[in-house]
Design a protein around this ligand. Structure first.
Ligand code: TEU
Length: 560
């Protein structure tokens, strides 16, 4: 069966440019650094490269606060470097996806600089302004980064909305001028050769009429804003309009970041007729290890149970089948490292085995897989001991809010939770080799290098034919070669529904069946799954096949 769209059997590689490769010794990764590493990505075999924001930005939130959508941040390079990067990517048969951050702009963007001048400024209505209520914020919404989602502006005696940091001001999508400015900007980048967009929190752009208060528990200072603003009443109208004005004019790939989206929402966003987006990043499997106390959000230290993970993966596989397209991911720049979170980095052997097992579990599902930089060599969480080692505003603000202000946690417990869930875990520099600073930079890296770079690095991985790198290379190749991975149906193996330790599923099309078996534990187990005697062992993370015996973190796939 032919794929309907070019990206149906593609694999995407995510680069966090600040942390990938520094070429000029200033301690910050840059575009030239990426250009110098394109051969490495081609060797891995990925089809698409997604770059986190590289636009001009004061870097309050590492580029998610954009002050000029049509300029490159000077620490990352120039527009000429960008053009060279696009050409280098295209020359190698790959495509480029840019981050699109249009729920908010930086407070330094000229639209906001104008808007805050006065209530009657031409750009005032580009943002969301309200009068206070009895000298307080207009409603009880909390920011994703702690504190109120409203900031008082003394000049005009009004508040402006910011779902994230106060320097990330929410745009007013009710205003058609905002929407068309965004569409024009997207088309401008498409003309420069960009092949698609990853759209930051795109399902938060349509705010509810009247901006009503949200529900909150007595020990919560502010209401969690997500259930109130996610998947708002005009969101599908806005995305269809964007699609008509932008996507329909190019052969693009689009993925929307959609916290709080259910399969029913995704059926609309990522419908197969592509009237909105091609796929979405949903967060349900990222929330299975959240704290049972909502006031503590993601800050917790428990490992996700396999039964929850399997139920969730199966739900998404089944409910999107024939209706919408899935994205598949284990981690990104906001999430802990997959091997530390879902796998086991307590020994070298367990790290390598569990990383390959988790890759197998994900890469045989239907959808488009995303690999986050360093995942392909099994990079781990940072395990920084002191708060001062962390640079991300989310962790630092959360510590102050939960420990110092609200006394919901003691400092030691919060540090344990931060070590597990801080976004900094993903942002430590890419580990290229065992030389100073892991070969990332000759200067002082903007974020500390993980001390384990001496053993975990690209050079080592490329020299070892059993490395995680070559396992990912093979998974990518299999996706390109075996249509069943893209077009086959999905179902759980008989009897697997309640297995607390092993996840086993089948993929099937007219001529091929795959049986995917993954042991999520460090225990040796016995399980029997029927398959023809002459079934081929397609891939495995052990050198031999032990039949019904499943060794620690064993993963294997039979083809018949
Ligand atoms: O993230 C949005 C988002 O949902 C995150 O705030 C997520 O809940 C959190 O990071 C989990 O810890 C996007 C970007 O990916 C993130 O890097 C930005 O900080 C944020 O939007 C604001 O632009």
């Amino acid at each position: 069966m032919e794929n309907k769209y070019w990206w149906n059997n593609s694999v995407v590689y995510q680069i966090y440019p600040k942390s990938f490769q520094d070429s000029n010794g200033d301690g910050v990764g840059d575009l030239r650094g990426i250009i110098n590493r394109l051969d490495y990505l081609q060797k891995l075999g990925v089809d698409v490269i997604w770059l986190n924001p590289i636009y001009k930005s004061p870097q309050v939130d590492n580029g998610y606060d954009i002050s000029d959508y049509q300029a490159i941040n000077p620490t990352l390079g120039t527009m000429a470097d960008f053009q060279e990067l696009v050409e280098g990517i295209h020359k190698r048969g790959m495509k480029l996806v840019m981050d699109l951050v249009v729920n908010h702009t930086s407070d330094q963007h000229h639209w906001f600089q104008e808007a805050k001048k006065s209530r009657d400024n031409a750009y005032r209505d580009y943002y969301i302004w309200r009068d206070g209520k009895n000298s307080h914020a207009p409603n009880n919404w909390g920011s994703y980064f702690s504190g109120s989602a409203w900031q008082y502006d003394p000049t005009s005696d009004q508040y402006f909305l910011h779902l994230f940091a106060p320097q990330q001001v929410d745009l007013n999508w009710e205003n058609p001028a905002v929407r068309h400015s965004v569409y024009d900007m997207m088309n401008w980048w498409a003309a420069k050769g960009v092949d698609g967009f990853r759209m930051d929190v795109i399902n938060l752009i349509s705010k509810p009429a009247g901006l009503p208060d949200g529900k909150k528990a007595p020990d919560e200072k502010y209401a969690n804003v997500e259930p109130i603003v996610a998947n708002g009443h005009r969101i599908h109208e806005f995305l269809q309009e964007m699609n008509k004005n932008v996507m329909s004019k190019h052969k693009m790939i689009t993925v929307g970041e959609t916290p709080g989206a259910t399969p029913a929402d995704a059926q609309k966003y990522a419908n197969l007729a592509n009237t909105e987006l091609n796929m979405v990043f949903q967060f349900e499997h990222m929330g299975l290890d959240a704290n049972p106390n909502p006031a503590l959000g993601k800050w917790y230290d428990q490992k996700t149970k396999l039964s929850d993970l399997r139920a969730n993966f199966s739900k998404w596989q089944e409910q999107l089948a024939g209706k919408a397209w899935n994205s598949l991911y284990w981690n990104n720049h906001d999430q802990p490292r997959v091997v530390s979170r879902f796998g086991d980095d307590s020994s070298e052997q367990k790290r390598v085995k569990s990383a390959k097992m988790l890759a197998t579990m994900l890469h045989f599902q239907q959808g488009t897989p995303y690999i986050y930089e360093g995942e392909e060599i099994g990079m781990t969480n940072a395990y920084f001991p002191k708060l001062a080692d962390y640079v991300d505003l989310e962790s630092i603000n959360a510590y102050h809010q939960l420990v110092d202000d609200q006394h919901l946690l003691d400092g030691k417990t919060m540090m344990k939770y931060i070590a597990m869930h801080s976004r900094d875990n993903a942002r430590t520099p890419m580990q290229w080799d065992a030389s100073k600073n892991a070969g990332f930079s000759t200067g002082t890296p903007w974020e500390k290098v993980n001390p384990n770079y001496q053993t975990i690095n690209v050079e080592q991985a490329l020299a070892d034919k059993n490395s995680i790198f070559y396992y990912y290379q093979r998974l990518i190749k299999l996706r390109h070669e075996l249509p069943v991975i893209t077009n086959g149906t999905y179902r759980l193996a008989d009897g697997n529904e309640d297995d607390p330790a092993v996840f086993t599923y089948l993929r099937q099309n007219d001529d091929t069946t795959l049986l995917v078996i993954t042991n999520y534990t460090d225990q040796q187990l016995t399980r029997h799954y029927n398959h023809p005697v002459d079934a081929k062992l397609l891939i495995s993370n052990y050198a031999d096949d032990a039949g019904d015996t499943l060794r620690p973190y064993e993963a294997k796939v039979y083809q018949f």
